[in-house]
Design a protein around this ligand. Sequence first.
Ligand code: NAD
Length: 339
Amino acid sequence: MSKIAILGSGGWGTALAVMSEKYGHEVTLWSPFEEEIEAIRSDGENKKLLPGIKVSEKICLTNDISCACDMDLTILAVPSFAVRSTAKKLAPLLKPGQIVVNVAKGLEENSLKRMTQVIEEELPQVKTVVLSGPSHAEEVSRNVPTAIVAASKYEDAAAKVQETLMNQNFRIYVNPDVIGVEIGGSLKNVMALAAGVCDGLKLGDNTKAALMTRGITEIARLGVAMGGSAQTFAGLAGVGDLIVTCTSMHSRNRRAGIYIGEGLSAEEAIKKVGMTVEGYKTTHAAYVLSKRAGVEMPIVNECYQVLYEGKNPSKAIKDLMLREKKSEIEDLWPKQKIN
Ligand SMILES: NC(=O)c1ccc[n+]([C@@H]2O[C@H](COP(=O)([O-])OP(=O)(O)OC[C@H]3O[C@@H](n4cnc5c(N)ncnc54)[C@H](O)[C@@H]3O)[C@@H](O)[C@H]2O)c1
């Protein structure tokens, strides 16, 4: 039995709390918002985000962040925009070597830093682990078999997360490639928006398969340029998460994309979804990173224009289809042979 604090009582934080408690851990679930904690306490469930999933009375519900002291695992399940401010609050509370697991999928808005970079700046004393992969809260909370990745530069910390959280319905693989796992997890949200746009435009399965396949290619291109391993993008945190998020109605990013494809502006679509749509800001981050790294990311480029410059989504698809002719596999033929 381990002591686990989960910070953020949204869909994912609640699902992880319910699962961890079910497998015998001592769980504390924190939110900065009193009304969130009160609602879960009085309803016995997270009615808004995980209706019908009982939150056991054994889970300690609190607004007091000092609950994160002396835990075996402290899991950050807040949206990426709140990771730095939450980590700042934890700075005086966490001991050297304590394990902090991040599950937020995104990049910091202005710095474009990955979440573990943000956490390590605020909490240099801790060991960070990223937990990422195809894992909808709605399914994990119903014990649907799920496989996911725990990535860390600290082998012992990744192994501890695997040991603690893995169960018969939640399989965890470890991976030392933190960069690849974080870039895969963040950028798949851009492709989910794009997949939603295709659905909103009533295009077909061919289009979405093309989008996902070419999407992971360009995500991997950026990830490798940033120091990630190409293999990670063929794994759960890469193509695995991309598939789940581009095909499922649970994905808010995809839902926002559907509204955009149907004619709403990005702002209207996000408002209609009514929850964090991480892919919106990640599209901006990916666009800037691709320019900075000199990496070609045509889908990201078109998504950026649709979301931020009001480009017509049908025109964006057409422009992608009519790009210059390419070979599918980069560097397949060495330059001198082509010429
Ligand atoms: N929902 C999923 O299925 C799922 C699965 C895997 C990863 N994730 C990732 O996990 C993160 C959280 O997802 P979610 O769906 O639970 O999000 P959410 O928006 O439902 O909830 C996040 C929770 O974080 C807390 N929070 C919100 N704003 C905050 C602030 N300003 N400061 C501190 N805390 C704040 C609140 O308790 C809120 O309920 C996201 O980055 C998401 O991409 C979600």
